[in-house]
Write a protein that binds this ligand. Structure first.
Ligand SMILES: Cc1cc2nc3c(=O)[nH]c(=O)nc-3n(C[C@H](O)[C@H](O)[C@H](O)COP(=O)(O)OP(=O)(O)OC[C@H]3O[C@@H](n4cnc5c(N)ncnc54)[C@H](O)[C@@H]3O)c2cc1C
Length: 389
């Protein structure tokens, strides 16, 4: 284990922004994936320049760094590997605004941003279910999606420019978002983002449907995807429905950004969404604590759902976008699961990322591409070592 010069790090961030307190190290040893690592110190930088200096020091001393937003990663992406943690939560300022963009520091929490924008009738429309805590930096690093991905796509699609510090310590501003989005803190630490905004919909409404078979469900989804006023197409499978005390069928939830849907009042809409949301505790309590999020092409969704049904794997998710959230038992054989994802021509992750838990399942071509970028931006392998590749 390399020596850590705490005095040097303290001189960069100030003594109020660094800790090695054992209780703090324990809390930061894990994230939402609940896999335990080892943190050596936690740093809360307040400027991009400080992050650059920390990375320069880490390069000299071969110290590993784990970037962290809110720690909601479901793939252990923010779990330290005998590393120091750079927590972005003190970098949460708005630095610039135009009539339809806003520039924020990477530790800004999405929900705080949208609360700030609401009186201006604006919002950032990519909303993962973790929005009350997830940060803009974490969302860009995983290229987060969410219920409205069918209409609005992923975080990168709504980002105009980012500022970042590479693994070499260089500060860069770039509009080439795709070079760095979804690279999970292995190439750079994102410090600022200029985000595109849209106006809040004047009205939303919801329609729900029930189907007996996966074929009926997917046929309806295919048909509905042609309607551009739809902002969400979500579903529950029969097993999840039964655990939610609903009929043992496929349930489909359609959100319109107009009054086409049958549930129109705020109360009706909230009641309908309640059936789809808040599933994690119900499924965990029923013995399915693990979540996987493959992205399955439209034509293979019905056969994949039938395989899940045969295996008694509860599932739900953003079916309009192809993201199928599968809940597995703790000891479920992931090799078999990802063989099936591959057989159905699916991708390993639709939105949660790769992190530590899925890296053995990503295609060789993606691994090679990431390795090349790693060599370019973080040749000494300082940032998030062991994640993704
Ligand atoms: C209850 C729950 C619901 C969720 N729902 C969704 C959903 O609907 N859609 C979805 O896409 N995801 C979802 N997620 C997954 C997760 O919340 C998202 O990926 C989120 O965007 C991560 O944000 P964060 O700030 O918590 O990042 P963290 O979990 O702290 O970090 C995620 C990854 O990004 C890296 N990272 C963090 N900040 C930076 C930065 N500034 N620069 C470089 N790298 C960085 C970390 O090292 C890590 O690899 C959910 C998670 C939970 C627990």
């Amino acid at each position: 284990m390399k020596d850590l010069d705490i005095q040097k790090l303290t001189s960069i961030v100030g003594k109020q922004n660094i800790t090695q307190n054992p209780a703090d190290l324990l809390i930061y040893a894990t994230d939402a994936a609940q896999i335990k690592g080892t943190a050596r110190a936690i740093l809360w930088p307040e400027t991009t320049g400080e992050i650059s200096q920390i990375i320069a020091y880490a390069n000299k001393k071969d110290i590993q760094i784990t970037p962290r937003g809110a720690g909601t990663s479901l793939t252990a992406g923010a779990v330290p590997q005998d590393s120091i943690i750079i927590d972005l939560s003190k970098m949460d300022k708005i630095t610039q605004e135009t009539k339809d963009t806003i520039t924020v520091e990477a530790g800004t929490i999405l929900d705080d941003l949208n609360t700030y924008l609401a009186p201006k009738n604006l919002y950032f429309p990519v909303i993962p279910s973790s929005d009350t805590v997830a940060t803009i930096g974490g969302m860009l690093a995983t290229d987060a999606a969410g219920t409205r991905a069918i209409k609005y796509g992923k975080t990168s699609a709504w980002t105009e420019e980012i500022e970042l510090v590479t693994g070499k310590g260089s500060i860069i501003k770039t509009k080439d978002i795709h070079e760095f989005a979804a690279t999970e803190g292995i190439l750079c630490i994102i410090t600022k983002a200029t985000l595109k905004l849209t106006t809040l919909p004047k009205q939303t409404s919801i329609t729900t449907y029930e189907f007996s078979t996966a074929e009926q469900l997917t046929e309806k989804v295919k048909q509905l995807k042609k309607d551009k006023s739809i902002s969400a197409i979500e579903y529950l499978d029969p097993l999840t429905s039964a655990l939610q005390e609903k009929d043992n069928k496929y349930h489909l939830f359609i959100e319109y950004e107009n009054n086409t849907g049958t549930h129109k009042t705020r109360e009706e809409i909230e009641t309908a969404w309640k059936q789809r949301k808040g599933l994690a505790p119900v499924l965990s309590a029923a013995g399915y604590p693990k979540i996987e999020d493959p992205l399955i092409p439209e034509k293979n969704i019905a056969p994949f759902l039938n395989w899940l049904k045969d295996q008694k794997i509860p599932n739900f998710g953003h079916i309009g976008y192809g993201i199928i959230h599968c809940r597995l038992k703790q000891d479920h054989d992931l090799d078999e699961f990802y063989t099936q994802v591959k057989n159905h021509k699916g991708q390993v992750s639709g939105e949660h990322g790769i992190g530590l838990t899925k890296k053995q399942y990503i295609p060789q071509t993606l691994k090679e591409e990431l390795k090349k970028k790693k060599q370019k931006y973080d040749p000494k392998n300082i940032l998030n070592r062991g994640k993704m590749i």
